[in-house]
Ligand binder design. Structure first.
Ligand code: ZN
Length: 69
């Protein structure tokens, strides 16, 4: 199912599954984007990819620190 909101820039701009954040991931995202936005973020589920991004705006995102690998 193609959905452009699932495009991962770290995975060669391919479509990836994005899953909900785990508690430690959520805490980090919260510290970066604030409480109003953190709930909209998902993490790329492609192996060790560290990208988290906004569920509806794929261009809005960043990498988790390497400790989350
Ligand atoms: Zn990815």
């Amino acid at each position: 199912m193609a959905d452009s909101s699932k495009r991962c820039q770290n995975c060669g701009d391919s479509m990836q599954n994005f899953r909900k954040l785990q508690a430690d991931e959520f805490d980090y995202v919260l510290s970066r984007v604030g409480r109003a936005e953190a709930g909209n973020y998902r993490r790329c589920d492609n192996g060790h990819c560290l990208r988290v991004q906004h569920y509806f705006k794929y261009g809005k995102g960043f990498d988790l620190p390497l400790s989350f690998r």
